[in-house]
Write a protein that binds this ligand. Structure first.
Ligand code: PGA
Length: 260
């Protein structure tokens, strides 16, 4: 299975999100061998977006959540509130939240535990910064982040865990388009899978390792065709309908090819 996730960040409000989602639904109509598609718009759009994607193959994801169930936590949103809107996936630990908002590995771990305990699916973002990479510490950094996110996590039978390997230096940059990324991403994906399997007992089909970092319609195929890359998390290019549809169709081609 391949998974394509759109992270719309703080870019589109309800009207824009509904229009994009309708475009996606129209673009995939009648297509077979589709990948899993998860769109993560702003939380304020959910009550409308829920109606748009109802009965479709497109799932809704959130860009963040708080780890407590309820209470005096001004400005925060609980897992139950997300579930009420039909949200199935939650992005956690995005580098923008780690870097700009001081989200720590400990906070990420608490969020992962709450998400899993409530039968939603975490998409845990990990990835080294440029200093770590240049100092040859990328593997060490990512190993630490994966272990910290999964520390003490109890899985339920139906739990599914997603990781997005998003090297911070490759996000929304031309450097993210460099060819060498694919080979490098493969190595990092294999590392994430093996570190995760040391911490949790989960079947291969329930642990998904995706790639993120300037993925677009030009380079998506080269990532998606790798067996160790279970899908892509797309930021900028997911806001452009035609590009995002091309990425979905690239995944569909690969799925179809594997079924032949
Ligand atoms: P990008 O963003 O595709 O624009 O690099 C991905 C992300 O930040 O999740």
């Amino acid at each position: 299975m391949k998974t394509i996730i759109a992270n719309w960040k703080m870019n589109v409000g309800t009207r824009g999100s509904v229009a994009l989602a309708r475009g996606i639904l129209l673009g995939i109509r009648g297509k077979t061998n589709l990948p899993e598609i998860v769109i993560c718009p702003s939380t304020v759009t959910f009550s409308e977006m829920r109606k748009v994607v109802a009965k479709s193959k497109v799932m809704l994801g959130a860009q963040n959540v708080f780890w407590q169930q309820q209470g005096a936590f001004t400005g925060e949103i609980s897992v139950k509130m997300l579930a009420e809107h039909g949200v199935s996936h939650v992005i956690i630990g995005h580098s923008e939240r780690r870097g700009l908002l001081g989200e720590t590995d400990e906070m990420i771990n608490k969020k992962v535990k709450t998400i899993v305990a409530n039968d939603l699916k975490p998409i845990i973002c990990v990835g080294e910064g440029i200093e770590d990479r240049e100092a040859g510490k990328a593997r060490e950094m990512v190993t630490y982040q994966v272990g910290a996110a999964l520390e003490g996590l109890s899985l339920r039978t139906q739990s599914e865990i997603y990781f997005a390997y998003e090297p911070v230096w490759a996000l929304s940059t031309s450097r993210g388009h460099e060819q060498e990324n694919t080979a490098d991403a493969k190595i990092m994906h294999e590392l994430i899978r093996s570190v995760a399997m040391e911490h949790i007992k989960i079947s291969k089909s329930k642990l998904h390792i995706l790639y993120g970092g300037s993925v677009d319609s030009q380079n998506a195929y080269s990532f998606l065709r790798e067996d160790s890359i279970d899908g892509v998390l797309v930021g900028g290019a997911s806001l452009k309908l035609s590009q995002f549809l091309e990425i979905i169709l690239a995944a569909a081609d690969i799925i179809e090819g594997k079924q032949k």
